[in-house]
Design a protein around this ligand. Sequence first.
Ligand code: NAD
Length: 312
Amino acid sequence: MSKIAIIGAGSVGATIAYACLLRGVSNHVALFDINRSKVESEVLDLNHGLQFVPPATVEGSDDVEVCRDASIVVITAGAKQKQGQTRMDLAGANAKILRELVPKLMGVAPNAIYLLVTNPVDVMTYITLKLSGLGAKRVIGSGTVLDSSRFRFLIARRLKVAVQNVHAYIAGEHGESEIPLWSSASVANIPLHQWAVAGHGKLSVMDRSEIFQNVKDAAQQIIAGKGATNYAIGLATAKILEALLNDENRVLPVSSLLMNYQGISDVCLSVPCIVNSGGIDSVLPIPMNEAEMAGLRNSAEQIRAAIAAVGF
Ligand code: NAD
């Protein structure tokens, strides 16, 4: 298996490492953080659990050399939202970190696929693409994989069906301008707008708007209670890493550079993509109604403005 380097050993980075170990995603996980005592302590704690997971090596350092020759570099380093802040509010601070970090990482892992998790993730994906000079297939953002998982969970709970039987995507920005793709949502191939099953209800217009609001508010709700979101993003990222490392051709709503997609070009945002060992294999032409398409274009504009505001 191939080496994964995780940049940032905070709540998100450490939980991604933990999820990868539990699932046996890779047998070599390296963590890098500028906070030496934090990264060393997280690695020690993870190492003490190795007896209970598939065989793996975990190492960590405040020296970027620890990332040398990684196949995939996962970037989680940077500022996180405080209560009341949007993800876009983090753009300036985190762009500054990436300006320093990406050239250093390219020095030790020039052939890696880069997976961005740091927020605002669409902006950070675009910046990393530009700073690294890598091809667009090899720079990916975790995008709306997490939001789509929140969306499916809420639909599944309302309709009393297993979350794995719900197919529904959140597209666009991982943030305020994201959009729910209701028109293509389905349960067991039954379009959601046709779903009416005794004992399993159906979704009213009010239900839909509540569900979507809940998806949008989820991060703030969790941050208010515990200061950070980590478990679901840890699992979502482990899933993306599995798709990459196992050449799965898995469809995931990750963030990538769009070119001539529904009139959208030169911006990173999420739509369902086929992900395999080469990174982004294909961006899928998921059907959208007029309102969804307008929402996606608006989202692209918001992200483009944030990219321009940080000088890219
Ligand atoms: P955290 O504060 O717990 O951890 C951030 C870590 O980054 C810290 O340990 C810090 O020392 C480290 N760091 C800062 N600058 C660095 C540098 N130059 N090099 C290496 N390490 C550096 O924050 P967190 O809760 O782990 O969140 C991390 C990021 O992930 C935030 O931007 C947050 O918004 C984002 N996030 C994204 C998603 C998503 O779905 N994409 C979900 C949750 C969180």
